[in-house]
Design a protein around this ligand. Structure first.
Ligand code: DGL
Length: 282
């Protein structure tokens, strides 16, 4: 039985949330909607975004730096709110680094919870995935989906221009129309049976108006935020040994590797609250 005195001795800290840039805010927003009671600490590595066109080694190196920084801030649980980092760095961090640097802490990603959900949504079993070049080249979605649902077919399509459009605040512009329409046509042109498309990059919901404009009716578009949030709520219920280290205050602090003067105004638009970010050096 837990007594009040040893409950008080448990170290508590915010849940860490990491992305290469603005995209992770789309996940954080939904996590905070579902789990408003916890504290959060967000890091966007905007100075080095996009990750999706970088080598696997660099994505791993940058992601590990961010995870270590969040551990230094005492976070016991870190969510990689980034598909590229989840696809290219998570497994190594979980299997090789964590046992050495922090065996009692956890790092979770966004690919697995998304794949667990997709089976409920497709009728044809033909699933499209939009992602960064790194995520698509990693084959993570193919491996996870085909492993979990034998017989399903996965069609990955890399959209190298979508993240730069978001990071450069062009998601409402004509360039976004051009690239979103082009990439949707290219993906759907590979198979007419695709009925479900995963937005496999956390930046892509920031282009949702354009995506909805050009996606044919009848094709499900899967956004990860609500899925990851529900999955995290379930995880915390099943893992009280981690949950008890998550502080409860309903706060959120934001850090960026870029100039906070660049980050905060746009982050405020995405989160719907005033963001006053601080600079962090990883
Ligand atoms: N938002 C990230 C993802 O989900 C990374 C985008 C990037 O930096 O290229 O893949």
């Amino acid at each position: 039985m837990t007594t009040d005195s040893n409950k008080n001795s448990v170290e508590q800290a915010p849940i860490g949330v990491f992305d290469s840039g603005f995209g992770g805010l789309t996940i954080l927003r939904d996590i905070r909607r579902v789990l408003p009671q916890y504290d959060y600490l967000f890091i966007g590595d905007n100075a080095r975004a996009p990750y999706g066109t970088r080598s696997r080694e660099l994505v791993y190196e940058f992601t590990l730096q961010a995870v270590k920084h969040l551990f230094d801030k005492r976070c016991h649980l870190v969510i990689l709110a980034c598909n590229t980092a989840s696809a290219e760095a998570l497994r190594t961090i979980q299997q090789r680094d964590l046992p050495v640097i922090a065996p009692d802490r956890r790092v979770l990603g966004v690919v697995r919870p998304t794949v667990e959900k997709v089976g409920e949504l497709t009728r044809t079993g033909h699933i499209g995935v939009f992602g960064t070049p790194g995520t698509i080249a990693s084959g993570s979605y193919n491996i996870e989906i085909e492993g979990m649902y034998p017989g399903y077919k996965v069609y990955g399509h890399a959209c190298p221009m979508w993240v730069p459009l978001v990071e450069n605040r062009e998601s409402g512009g004509d360039g976004a129309d051009y690239f979103v329409r082009k990439d949707i046509n290219l993906l759907l042109g590979t198979c007419t049976d695709i009925d479900t498309v995963i937005l496999g990059c956390t930046h892509y919901p920031l282009l949702i108006d354009k995506i909805n404009k050009y996606m044919p009716q009848g094709v499900n578009v899967i956004q990860q935020g609500p899925i990851v949030a529900d999955s995290l709520a379930d995880y915390l219920l099943r893992h009280p040994e981690i949950e008890r280290h998550c502080s409860r205050g309903g706060t959120c602090r934001y850090y960026t590797t870029e100039d906070p003067g660049h980050f905060s105004p746009l982050a405020s638009v995405f989160t719907g609250e005033t963001v006053d970010a601080s600079r962090v050096i990883l």
